[in-house]
Ligand binder design. Structure first.
Ligand SMILES: Nc1nc2c(ncn2[C@@H]2O[C@H](COP(=O)(O)OP(=O)(O)O)[C@@H](O)[C@H]2O)c(=O)[nH]1
Ligand SMILES: [Mg+2]
Ligand SMILES: [Zn+2]
Length: 310
C-alpha cells in the first residue's frame, strides 16, 4: 500500500526565510526540530507533525521556531485507533526494530506479528530484538522466535545488566544507516528506553520503568517520542508503548497477504477469510495454532472496525 502523500504546503506560500529541519521529539503540541545548527523548540501553526517529519520552520519572536510547512513523507507508520481513525505514529522511517521481552512482560507473539504486518504494509524493513534474556528464554518463546527466524527475520538478543547484545544492536543500526531512521516498537515495559540508554550511555534518554501509554493526543503522557543519533552511525526512535497496535489501511481481505504461510493457503474458496468453521478452509490443518491465532485476532479487529465504519 502506498502511504497517503501530503503535499508540502497546501495553499499558503512557504516564507522565503524558512529553513529545513527534522522533527526529533514530540511531547504534546511542542516539537523539537533538528538541523545542522542544533535543536530548537517549535510550535505548530495548524500542522500535524510526527517524529521523523521533515519540516520548514522560521524564527518566532523569543520562543524558538514556528513550523510553516511539512514535507511529503517517504514512509509513514500508521495505526488505527479504537474508533477506527487513522493515526500517524512516525514518518520517514526505514525500519522497525520490534522489541519483545523474554519475560516481564512475557513474549507477545501476536503483537510481534502485527508489527511485521505493518512493516510489510508500509514498506519498512523489520528486525526482532528479544530483550531481558538475562531472565531466561523459555522453550515456547524459543519456538516462537525460531519460527520468525525461519521466515527470514533477523533476531537480536539483548540484556542490560550484565550487558549482552548491545554492540550487535549498534552494529545493526550502523549497517542500516541512511536518511531513514529505525524505530523501536513494542509494548510498554519491554525495555525500549533501557536499550536506547545502553546505546547512549553518556546521554539522559528519558525515564526507564515508567508505564506510559501513547494516545496520540499527548494528553495522557508526558513521555516524549524521540529520535536519537547514535555515535556509531544510524538513528533510532524511542516512544511510549501502545497497548494495542492495529496497522491502518488494511481490508479484511488483505490481511492474509501480509502473513507468511497464510498467503499460501489454498482453500475451497479463493476469498476464504479462514475464520473458524468456513466451508473448505484448510487453515487449521496447514497453520500452527499461534500463527492462526495472530491472524484471526487481527482479522476480527479489522472486521469490527469495518462494521463500525460502514
Ligand atoms: N532483567 C532485565 N530487566 C530489564 C532489561 N531491560 C529493561 N529492564 C527493565 O524493564 C523495565 C522497563 O524498561 P523500560 O526501558 O522503561 O521499557 P520501555 O517501556 O519499553 O521503554 C525497567 O524496570 C527496566 O529496568 C533487561 O535487559 N533485563
Ligand atoms: Mg520507554
Ligand atoms: Zn481458508
Amino acid at each position: 500500500m502506498r502511504v497517503p502523500r501530503r503535499r508540502t504546503q497546501r495553499s499558503r506560500e512557504i516564507p522565503s526565510d524558512a529553513r529545513p529541519g527534522r522533527v526529533v521529539e514530540t511531547v504534546g503540541r511542542r516539537v523539537l526540530v533538528r538541523d545542522d545548527e542544533g535543536e530548537r523548540t517549535c510550535f505548530l501553526a495548524g500542522h500535524r507533525v510526527v517524529i521523523g517529519d521533515r519540516v520548514r520552520w522560521i524564527e518566532a519572536r523569543g520562543e524558538g521556531g514556528k513550523i510553516v510547512a511539512v514535507d511529503e513523507r517517504d514512509t509513514a507508520l500508521v495505526r488505527m485507533d479504537h474508533k477506527g481513525r487513522e493515526q500517524v505514529l512516525a514518518a520517514n522511517l526505514g525500519g522497525l526494530l520490534i522489541v519483545v521481552s523474554a519475560k516481564e512482560p512475557g513474549f507477545r507473539a501476536a503483537l510481534l506479528d502485527r508489527y511485521l504486518v505493518a512493516a510489510d504494509v508500509f514498506g519498512l524493513e523489520a528486525a526482532l530484538v528479544v530483550t531481558k534474556v538475562d531472565l531466561g528464554v523459555d522453550d515456547e518463546t524459543e519456538a516462537q522466535i525460531a519460527r520468525r527466524a525461519a521466515d527470514g527475520l533477523q533476531v537480536l538478543r539483548t540484556a542490560i545488566d550484565p550487558p549482552a547484545g548491545i554492540d550487535e544492536v549498534a552494529a545493526f543500526l550502523a549497517e542500516h544507516a541512511d536518511e531513514h531512521p529505525w524505530a523501536l516498537v513494542g509494548s510498554s515495559g519491554v525495555g525500549k528506553t533501557s536499550l536506547v540508554q545502553a546505546l547512549l550511555p553518556q546521554q539522559d534518554v528519558g525515564p526507564v520503568g515508567e508505564i506510559s501509554e501513547f494516545w496520540g493526543t499527548g494528553r495522557h503522557t508526558t513521555t516524549a517520542s524521540r529520535l536519537f543519533a547514535l555515535p556509531g552511525g544510524g538513528e533510532i526512535a524511542d516512544s511510549p508503548g501502545i497497548r494495542n497496535f492495529t496497522p491502518a489501511g488494511l481490508s479484511a481481505q488483505d490481511i492474509g497477504l501480509h502473513f507468511p504461510r497464510v498467503r499460501e493457503l489454498v482453500c475451497k474458496y479463493r476469498d476464504c477469510l479462514h475464520r473458524p468453521g468456513e466451508d473448505g478452509c484448510v487453515a487449521e490443518q496447514e497453520l500452527s495454532e499461534p500463527l492462526l491465532d495472530s491472524y484471526r485476532t487481527l482479522l476480527g479487529e479489522v472486521l469490527d472496525l469495518e462494521e463500525r465504519r460502514y
